[in-house]
Ligand binder design. Structure first.
Ligand SMILES: Nc1nc2c(c(=O)[nH]1)N[C@H]1C(S)=C(S)[C@@H](COP(=O)(O)OP(=O)(O)OC[C@H]3O[C@@H](n4cnc5c(=O)[nH]c(N)nc54)[C@H](O)[C@@H]3O)O[C@H]1N2
Ligand SMILES: Nc1nc2c(c(=O)[nH]1)N[C@H]1C(S)=C(S)[C@@H](COP(=O)(O)OP(=O)(O)OC[C@H]3O[C@@H](n4cnc5c(=O)[nH]c(N)nc54)[C@H](O)[C@@H]3O)O[C@H]1N2
Ligand SMILES: [Mo]
Length: 787
C-alpha cells in the first residue's frame, strides 16, 4: 500500500478551513508584498463601509457582521492590492512574442497594469499611449466598421452595476446586442432553464433560509474552494442537525469535514464539523439520471404512503394550485427503468431511494448547485430537474426552502440584471428608449460561442473586453486564438496582464482600470459602486486604497469616454454627466428597470436591498402563469462517440486559482502541491486501462467532429477516488480539448464538465515537449513553480 506517489502528490488529512487556511492567507499577503495595507484591506472587506469582496457572489450575513474570514476572498483581495507593478518599462523589456511563451500564472503574477498601452507591430512591443489618443483611435476604428454587429462587447462578471449598465448603453447606442459574457460559460443554463420552470432565472433563497431548512442537497460544486463563506452556513446547518447530502463525483474535503476559523474552540482543539451526512459519488454527467431517479423514488414513496393511509409525501395542494405538467412528468418517470438510471448515474437504486427518503422526511429543503450541473450539453435540463424535485414537495417560495445556484463572479448576476444580455427583453429595450431617447437594436446578438465563431470566421472585426480573459476562458483555443489575431481592433480594460492581451490584432490596446478595493474619485467626489449577490441583494461598495498609478481610470470613466468619442451627437446621452456622479447612472438604471425604485436611497440602508424575486413569492412569470414540471426525455447526454474506453473528463478549479488567474500551484485539499499537470483517475480505471499512478499520458478528445489536434500532452496520472468512466483535470489547461460545437443546444454553454476523452501513453517526445505546452497555455510545474 505504501507505494511511492508522484512528486508533489500526497494525502491531505486535515479538515478544510482551520489553520491551513490561516497559513495560506499569511502566505498570500507575503507573496503580494502587501503588509500594512493588506491587513487593513482585509478588515474592511465586506463591511458596511468597505468594499464588496471580489472573490465570489455568496452574500454577507446582513452586511453588519464582524469580518468573516475567508481564505480565498483574502487571496482575491491581496491579488488586486498587490504592491507589484507592470509599468511601461516592463513592456519595453519584454516583447509580446517573448511574453507569449510565459505561463499564464507568470503573466498575471507580475502585478498591476499602470498605463494605457498600444501594441506596436513594428517593434513587437506594447508602448505607452496617452488616454486621449487611445480613446480617439478606438472610436475611429469602431466607426470604420461596416456594421455595428461586427463588434463584440465582452463582460466578465466582476464589473459593477454602474460599469455594466454604461457598457450595454454604449454598445446598444452604437447599434448592437453582441454581449458575449462570462455567464454564457457559467450559469446560462440557470438563466435559460429556470424561467421556463419558475419564471425567473435566479435563485429563490435568501441567506436566512439556511437558518430554517432541515435538508440541503449540494450538487456539483466545491464551496470550500469556490464559495468559502458558504461553509459558515453549511457548518451551522450541520451543527443544527440539518441533513446535508452531497452528490459529487469527487470527494471534496470541505464537504466532508470543515473547521471554522471563526470558532475558537474548533481551532484550539483541532476538531472539525462533519458536513455531509451522506456523500454520493454520482458519475460525471450522471446528474439528470440521478435527479430523475430521486423524483421517481419520491413518487413511489407517495403512492406507498397513500395506500397505507400514511402522511402524503408530495405536496398535492401546491402541485394542484401552482404547477402544470405534473401528469406527463410522472408518466415519463414511470416508464424510465431503474436499470437505466443506475447505469447513467453510477448510483444504485438503493442509494437514490435513500436520498428520496431523507428528502421526504424534511420540512424545508434547499438544493444548491454549481458548475457540475451547468457545464454539460444537458445543463439546462439538469437545472430543470432540480426545479422539478423541489416543486414535488412545494419547496419553492416558502421559508427555509428553494433553489440556490452558486453564482460565479462576484457581480455576474448584477451584470445580467442591468442589461448585459444578447437576448434583450422588449421591456428592457422599451425602458432604454424611454429613458435615453434612442432606439436600441432589437436583433438578438452574440453569446460567447457565437462571438468566437464570428471571430474565427472573420465576420467579427472588433472586440472590446470589459475585464476577463476571454481567449483563455473560452473553449477551443485553436479557433479562439486565431480569431482574435484576425481582428481589426482588440481592446481590454484590465487590472492585470493576461494571455488575451497578447493576441494582437491590427490595433490592440490595454486600458488599465481601478479595482474594487481602490478609491474612485470623479467630478462629484469619491464614488460608490453597487453589486448584486447570488441572493438578489443589491448593496454599495466603496474602495479606499490608493490606485496603482495616477494613469489608471475607472471602468465607467473609460466607457463614458469611449461612448462620447464614438457616438458624438448621434445619441442624446450626457456621458460626462453620468460618469461625473454615479448616482446619476443609478438614476438611469432605475429609469430603465422599475425593480430599482428608490435605488440611491435604498443602498444607504445597511445591507442594501433585495430585488423583487417573483418565484420566491410564488408568482410564476411563465407564459401559463404556473410553475412547470419539465421533462428531460433521456437519461444521458450524447457523447457523440461509441468507443469503449472513452472517459468523461471534468475540467475544474484548484484551490489556488480564480478562473484563469492562477495564484499558485497547490490544490491543498486534493493533495496536489507545486503542480497542475495532472489527470485524476480511479485505481479501478487505471487497472482496466492498463495504467499506473505516475504514468505520463496524453489526453485526446474523442468527439467525432473534433479537430485532430485536440490533445494535451504528458500529464501525470494521479489516483483519486472517482466513479468509473470519469476523470478530472484543471481548467484552463484542458481548454484545447473542448470543441466550440460541444455545447448545450438550449443555452450554448460549453460542456466543460463532460469532455469525452481517451488516454494514451505519452512518448518520450511528448514528455520532452517544451515546458510550455500548446502555445503556452500550460505552465508545467518545472517552469511555473514558486513565485
Ligand atoms: N476561489 C475561487 N472562487 C471562485 C472561482 C474560482 O475560480 N476560485 N470561480 C468563481 C466562478 S466564475 C464560478 S462559476 C464558481 C465555480 O464554482 P464551482 O461550481 O464549485 O466550480 P468548479 O471547480 O468548476 O466545479 C466544481 C465541482 O463540480 C464537480 N463536478 C464535475 N463534474 C460534475 C458532474 O458531472 N456532476 C456533479 N454533480 N458534479 C460534478 C467537481 O467534482 C467539483 O467539485 O466559483 C466562483 N468562485
Ligand atoms: N474548461 C473550463 N473553462 C471554463 C470554466 C470551467 O469550469 N472549465 N469556467 C467558465 C466560467 S464559470 C467562467 S465565469 C469563465 C471566466 O472567464 P473570465 O471572467 O473571462 O475570466 P477571469 O479569469 O475571471 O478573468 C481574469 C482577468 O480579469 C481581469 N480583471 C480582474 N479584476 C478586474 C476588474 O476589476 N476590472 C477589470 N476590467 N478587469 C479585471 C484581470 O486582467 C484578469 O486577468 O471561464 C469559463 N471557462
Ligand atoms: Mo463562472
Amino acid at each position: 500500500m505504501s507505494q511511492k506517489r508522484p512528486d508533489g502528490i500526497r494525502e491531505y488529512d486535515e479538515p478544510a478551513g482551520g489553520w491551513g487556511a490561516l497559513q495560506a492567507v499569511a502566505a498570500a499577503l507575503k507573496r503580494e508584498q502587501v503588509v500594512v495595507q493588506g491587513v487593513r484591506t482585509l478588515l474592511q472587506n465586506n463591511q458596511p463601509s468597505g468594499f464588496d469582496c471580489p472573490g465570489c457572489a455568496w452574500p454577507d450575513p446582513k452586511h453588519t457582521s464582524a469580518f468573516e474570514f475567508c481564505e480565498n476572498g483574502a487571496k482575491a483581495v491581496t491579488w488586486e492590492s498587490t504592491a507589484k507593478r507592470v509599468p511601461p518599462d516592463f513592456f519595453a523589456q519584454h516583447s509580446v512574442s517573448e511574453l507569449w511563451k510565459r505561463p499564464d500564472h507568470w503573466l498575471e503574477g507580475q502585478g498591476r497594469l499602470t498605463h494605457p498601452m498600444r501594441y506596436n507591430p513594428a517593434t513587437d512591443h506594447y508602448e505607452p499611449v496617452a488616454w486621449d489618443e487611445a480613446i480617439a483611435d478606438i472610436a475611429a476604428r469602431l466607426n470604420a466598421l461596416d456594421h455595428p454587429d461586427q463588434a463584440e462587447f465582452y463582460t466578465s462578471g466582476r464589473a459593477s452595476n454602474e460599469a455594466a449598465f454604461l457598457f450595454q448603453l454604449f454598445a446598444r447606442a452604437f447599434g448592437t446586442n453582441n454581449f458575449p459574457d462570462c455567464s454564457n460559460m457559467c450559469h446560462e443554463p440557470t438563466s435559460v432553464g429556470l424561467p421556463q420552470s419558475i419564471g425567473i432565472g435566479k435563485g429563490t433563497v435568501s441567506l436566512e433560509d439556511f437558518d430554517h431548512c432541515d435538508f440541503i442537497l449540494s450538487i456539483g460544486h466545491n464551496p470550500g474552494t469556490n464559495h468559502p463563506r458558504m461553509m459558515t452556513a453549511l457548518h451551522d446547518a450541520a451543527k443544527r442537525g440539518a441533513a446535508i447530502i452531497v452528490c459529487n463525483p469527487f470527494r471534496e474535503r470541505a464537504l466532508e469535514r470543515f473547521q471554522a476559523p471563526q470558532v475558537p474552540l474548533e481551532m484550539a482543539t483541532m476538531t472539525s464539523e462533519p458536513i455531509a451526512s451522506a456523500y454520493y459519488q454520482v458519475k460525471v454527467g450522471g446528474d439528470a439520471a440521478m435527479l430523475k431517479g430521486i423524483s421517481k423514488a419520491l413518487i413511489d414513496l407517495d403512492r406507498a404512503a397513500r395506500s397505507a393511509d400514511a402522511a402524503p409525501v408530495l405536496d398535492r395542494a401546491f402541485i394542484a394550485g401552482h404547477t402544470a405538467g405534473f401528469d406527463a412528468f410522472v408518466a415519463d418517470l414511470d416508464q424510465t427503468r431503474w436499470a437505466d438510471i443506475e447505469t447513467a448515474s453510477g448510483l444504485t437504486q438503493r442509494d437514490i431511494e435513500s436520498i428520496a427518503r431523507a428528502y421526504a422526511k424534511s420540512t424545508a429543503a434547499i438544493v444548491c448547485y454549481g458548475m457540475g450541473i451547468t457545464q454539460h450539453r444537458t445543463g439546462t435540463w439538469n437545472v430543470q430537474q432540480i426545479a422539478n424535485l423541489l416543486l414535488l414537495r412545494g419547496n419553492m417560495g416558502r421559508q427555509g426552502a428553494g433553489i440556490c445556484p452558486l453564482r460565479g463572479h462576484s457581480n455576474v448576476q448584477g451584470n445580467r440584471t442591468v442589461g448585459i444580455t444578447e437576448i434583450p427583453s422588449p421591456a428592457l429595450l422599451a425602458g432604454i428608449k424611454a429613458a435615453f431617447g434612442f432606439d436600441p437594436p432589437t436583433k438578438f446578438g452574440h453569446s460567447v460561442v457565437h462571438a468566437i465563431a464570428a471571430m474565427r470566421d472573420g465576420t467579427a472585426k472588433a472586440a472590446i473586453c470589459l475585464g476577463g480573459n476571454l481567449a483563455v476562458a473560452a473553449p477551443d483555443p485553436q479557433a479562439c486564438f486565431a480569431g482574435f489575431r484576425k481582428l481589426d481592433l482588440a481592446v481590454s480594460l484590465a487590472t492585470k496582464l493576461n494571455r488575451t492581451h497578447l493576441l494582437t490584432a491590427k490595433a490592440t490596446y490595454i486600458l488599465p482600470v481601478i479595482g474594487r478595493t481602490e478609491r474612485d474619485a470623479q467630478a462629484s467626489g469619491a464614488q460608490a459602486i453597487t453589486v448584486e449577490d447570488s441572493m438578489s441583494m443589491v448593496h454599495a461598495s466603496r474602495g479606499f486604497l490608493t490606485p496603482p498609478s495616477g494613469e489608471v481610470r475607472s471602468e465607467p470613466w473609460i466607457i463614458g469616454q469611449l461612448a462620447r468619442a464614438t457616438l458624438g451627437e448621434r445619441v442624446p446621452v450626457d456621458w460626462e454627466g453620468l460618469v461625473g456622479d454615479y448616482e446619476r447612472i443609478r438614476d438611469g438604471i432605475e429609469a430603465v428597470l422599475p425593480d430599482f425604485e428608490g435605488y440611491n436611497a435604498r443602498i444607504r440602508q445597511p445591507g442594501g436591498f433585495m430585488l423583487p424575486n417573483s418565484a420566491a413569492m410564488r408568482i410564476w412569470k411563465t407564459p401559463n402563469g404556473k410553475a412547470n414540471f419539465l421533462i428531460f426525455p433521456h437519461l444521458e447526454e450524447d457523447l457523440d462517440t461509441d468507443e469503449p474506453d472513452v472517459l468523461r473528463l471534468a475540467s475544474m478549479r484548484s484551490h489556488d486559482q480564480y478562473n484563469t488567474t492562477i495564484y499558485g500551484l497547490d490544490d491543498r485539499y486534493r493533495g496536489v502541491f507545486g503542480r497542475r499537470d495532472v489527470v485524476f483517475l480511479s485505481q479501478r480505471e487505471m487497472d482496466r486501462l492498463g495504467f499506473a499512478e505516475g504514468d505520463l499520458v496524453n489526453v485526446e478528445t474523442a468527439l467525432r467532429f473534433a479537430h485532430p489536434d485536440r490533445i494535451v500532452r504528458a500529464l501525470t496520472l494521479v489516483r483519486y477516488d472517482l466513479p468509473d468512466g470519469c476523470c478530472g483535470a484543471y481548467y484552463p489547461e484542458t481548454q484545447p480539448l473542448i470543441a466550440l460545437e460541444h455545447i448545450d443546444p438550449q443555452c450554448l454553454t460549453p460542456s466543460y464538465k463532460s469532455v469525452p476523452v481517451r488516454l494514451r501513453r505519452a512518448s518520450a517526445d511528448d514528455a520532452a515537449t517544451t515546458t510550455v505546452v500548446r502555445e503556452g497555455l500550460v505552465g508545467r510545474a518545472s517552469n511555473g513553480g514558486g513565485s
